[in-house]
Ligand binder design. Structure first.
Ligand SMILES: Nc1ncnc2c1ncn2[C@@H]1O[C@H](COP(=O)(O)OP(=O)(O)OP(=O)(O)O)[C@@H](O)[C@H]1O
Ligand SMILES: [Mg+2]
Length: 315
């Protein structure tokens, strides 16, 4: 296979200028939008988040007074990885951690830093670290699996070099960094072990249990809404849905009721809305499921017959 030549990156084409102009705007910290009180989570998960959020204020006690500086590396870097099912509150929790620390949050999405020019993506990552440092904000890599996934070994050479360069730069920047870094991902299994080692705390986000679902329904039924909904009933009736699904189901149901000029939101609208969400999730899972192969012993004649009838190929 011919080795792909490196795309020209030195030429200042209008496209490159756009990428650079975009970079300047991308890494702007923002005020955290959520606090821990806004998130419905099992107490154990909240406790884990609080342990992280209070790390800075307790580090003098732990390292100096309790002597951990003699047994452990006194690092100001703390990597936190929030992982688990989609729509369970990971992004909200990242905001809440920053809020608890009284700091702004600098959100980096992979789409913001990805560049089709070889060598540009690592530069963008470096800019994100620099921007967080300069503004004293909490660095948050959302959709982190895209950046921290395992090293790629079997791609075409130009892509391979670029992807692995991104990993190496990320590892180096993480080593040098002396502050909080938060990651969020749905696919922890894709994480490179080298990154796993550098992230000290991993917090798992599960789909809400019945108790949490009840609180979520209560949270997303507005007080002014005329309705005959029962949060406990909804929590019991529908499993396998996230906080995000509950929030969306409520809004979809309300718009349907409004379109049909109803004076109140009847529970059947919400049931239907959740069922639609569950159906779309099931279809999505089926699509993503690996093809399962059933192995059976068959006679040679059977195989020949199947192949002759066009039902299979010999491999
Ligand atoms: N635990 C929760 N408590 C309250 N609201 C929630 C919770 N989880 C999800 N939501 C609702 O769903 C929305 C999406 O949540 P969030 O973006 O934090 O999920 P996520 O885990 O980051 O999802 P993804 O993996 O898709 O990025 C929130 O803005 C909120 O309205
Ligand atoms: Mg998220």
């Amino acid at each position: 296979m011919p080795i792909r030549s490196k795309p020209a990156e030195t030429k200042q084409s209008p496209a490159t200028e756009n990428v650079q102009a975009k970079d300047e705007e991308i890494f702007i910290p923002q005020e955290p939008r959520y606090s821990l009180d806004d998130i419905i989570l099992p107490q154990a998960t909240k406790d884990q988040i609080m342990d992280v959020a209070t790390y800075a204020e307790n580090s003098y006690r732990v390292f100096e007074i309790w002597g951990f500086k003699h047994t452990h590396k006194y690092s100001k870097r703390i990597g936190v990885n929030l992982y688990g099912a989609p729509g369970t509150g990971k992004t909200m929790a990242a905001h809440a951690i920053a809020k608890n620390l009284g700091r702004k949050i600098l959100i980096v999405n992979y789409a913001d830093i990805e560049s089709k020019f070889v060598g540009e993506t690592p530069k963008n990552i470096r800019k994100a670290f620099e921007a967080a440092k300069a503004t004293n904000s909490i660095l948050f890599f959302d959709e982190a699996d895209a950046i921290l996934s395992k090293r790629v070994t079997n791609m075409t050479q130009a892509v391979d070099v670029s992807v692995n360069q991104t990993r190496s730069v990320m590892l180096m920047l993480m080593n040098e960094y002396q502050d909080f870094i938060i990651f969020a991902t749905n696919f922890i299994s894709n994480f490179d072990p080298a990154f796993m080692r550098r992230i000290s705390v991993h917090v798992k986000f599960d789909l809400p249990d019945e108790e949490c679902r009840k609180k979520l329904w209560q949270m997303y039924i507005p007080a002014q809404l005329p309705n005959n909904l029962d949060a406990a009933e909804l929590a019991k009736k529908f499993e396998g849905i996230s906080g995000s699904d509950i929030s969306n189901a409520m809004l979809n149901a309300a718009f349907k009721a409004a379109r049909l000029h109803k004076n109140e939101l009847d529970k059947n609208f919400v049931f239907e809305s959740v069922e639609n969400i569950l159906a779309s999730k099931a279809a999505n899972e089926n699509n993503n499921a690996k093809v399962s192969v059933e192995k059976r012993k068959v006679s040679e004649e059977y195989v020949k017959k199947q192949v002759a009838e066009g039902k299979g190929t010999v491999i």
